[in-house]
Every structure is written in C-alpha cells, then in structure tokens.
Ligand binder design. Structure first.
Ligand code: NAD
Length: 242
C-alpha cells in the first residue's frame, strides 16, 4: 500500500529537477500526478517515463487563466484534487543594487504570484472536499537575508503566504506548509556559476542534496502522516541555517 493511494496531485514546474522527483515518487506511492511546466519536451518525457499515472499539461504559473484550465482539467479527468505542490521557480543571484525592475517583476511573478494564484485556484475544490494539502516550495533564502535580492524576497513572501493561508484554510480541513531546501543538485544551481563549489563548502554536511532527499519531506507533507502539521516551515538544508 502506498502513502498516496487514490490521491490526485498537481505539481508545478514538474518537468525536471525536484518537481520531477516528487512526481516520480508520488506515482510510486499510488498517486495520480498532473505535471505542469513551461518546458513541453522535458515535461512530456518526464510524464512518459513515469507511465499512465502521470500526465503533462503545459502550464505557466503566472497565468490565472492557465490555472483555471489545469485545475478544471484535473477535476474532469480524475474527479478530485488532493495535493498541490507549488514548486515552479526561477533563481537570480543579483543583489539589491544590481537587480533591475524587469528582473524583480519576473522573479516575483513566478515565485510569489504563481504561488498565490495556485493556492487560490485549488482552494475551492479542496474546501468542497473538506480535505487537501498544499505544499509551497520556498528556500533557505526565505529564512535568512541573502544577496539574491528578488529571489529572497519572493521566498520570504511564500513563507508568510503559507502561514496566512494555513490559518484561513485549516477550518476546512486543508493544510498548507512551506518547504525550505538548501542546496539541491539541479539545473537551477548553474546560476551560481564558478562560485558554486564555494557555496557548497558552507554546508555543514559538506555536500549538495539530491532532489530525492527533498522529495522525502514533500511526500510526508502530502500524505496523512503529516495530518496535524499546518502553517509551518520544514527545512531540508544539510545544516546550512543551523
Ligand atoms: P529547476 O530549474 O530544475 O526546476 C524549476 C522548474 O520550474 C523548471 O522545470 C522550470 O521550467 C519551471 N518553471 C519556471 N518558470 C515557470 C513558469 N512560469 N511556469 C511553470 N513552470 C515554470 O530547479 P529546482 O531546483 O528543481 O527548483 C524547484 C523549486 O525548488 C523552485 O521553487 C526553487 O526555487 C526551489 N529551490 C531550489 C533550490 C536548489 O538548490 N536547487 C534550493 C531552494 C529552493
């Protein structure tokens, strides 16, 4: 028996990296998984690799209309929606003095507004069902000040939005938590360029994590094993913020 038998999960940014890892494991635990992403070829390949339990749907998290469509598609195809993982994101390392307004708006649109739109889009179906789990992927950049100015701002916002939504949705049986990964070995870390080994050295455990190590935590929050957890930050960072 799987931890997510009979459940339906929607994962944004599911084409590659951590989102793809969550999707593979959710399916292995019995869930039906809908993967959204703007990367069509990679998204299709990931869903095909998982098999009939997974479907890829083109989905841009900044587009309210696309949210309405993917939620309706999921409900029409599978009849329910139990879990949303707001995982899509982009990383930019520029500090306060170097961040352009255009870059700020792009990071906020995807990392922050995307999470707002996602929670708002799935909440009615979850409230109607009287149950649900929303997992918002923040970062350790949402727990401390960093020189990645827009990114850090967006991830702090996700943390606060998760707490607020958790309070609002708790009476309806819907849980909302944020996950704060440290350095995870995905394409995203290419943004660190030549500085990557130096940053990795600062991790007390001395290494980056595999995406699957974050998946363990996300699976816990998606499943009934976390039935009394809502409105909190869950950190997986090798001791980086200890
Ligand atoms: P990744 O770049 O491999 O995955 C991010 C995915 O989001 C990509 O598939 C990308 O196409 C998708 N995406 C980007 N813009 C989108 C949009 N507008 N609509 C839909 N999808 C979009 O990186 P990852 O490490 O797997 O990142 C997953 C999440 O984890 C992100 O929210 C990221 O900020 C967070 N995170 C990553 C790290 C790390 O070290 N890799 C650390 C902390 C937090």
């Amino acid at each position: 028996m799987g931890a997510l038998d009979g459940r339906v999960a929607l994962i944004t940014g599911g084409a590659r990296g951590q989102g793809a890892s969550h999707a593979r494991r959710f399916a292995a635990e019995g869930a039906t998984v809908v993967l959204g992403d703007v990367l069509d070829a990679e998204g299709l390949a990931t869903a095909t690799g998982i098999g009939p339990a997974a479907t890829f749907v083109h989905h841009d998290v900044t587009d309210p209309g696309a949210w309405a469509e993917i939620v309706q598609w999921t409900l029409d195809a599978h009849g329910r929606l139990d879990v949303l993982v707001n995982n899509a994101g982009i990383f930019r390392t520029r500090g306060l003095l170097d961040t352009t307004l255009e870059e700020w708006q792009q990071v906020i649109a995807i990392n922050q507004t995307g999470v707002f739109l996602g929670m708002q889009a799935v909440a009615p179906a979850m409230i109607a069902a009287g149950r649900g789990s929303i997992i918002n992927i923040s970062s350790i950049a949402g727990l401390q000040g960093t020189s990645s100015h827009a990114y850090s701002a967006s991830k702090w916002a996700v943390r606060g939005m998760s707490r607020g939504a958790a309070r609002e949705l708790a009476p309806h049986g819907v849980r909302v938590n944020s996950v704060h990964p440290g350095l995870i070995d995905t394409v995203m870390l290419d943004e660190l360029g030549e500085g990557r080994p130096m940053v990795t050295q600062r991790v007390p455990m001395g290494r980056e994590a595999a995406p699957e190590e974050v998946t363990e935590l996300v699976l816990f929050l998606a499943s009934d094993a976390s039935s009394y957890c809502t409105g909190h930050e869950f950190v997986v960072d090798g001791g980086m913020t200890a």
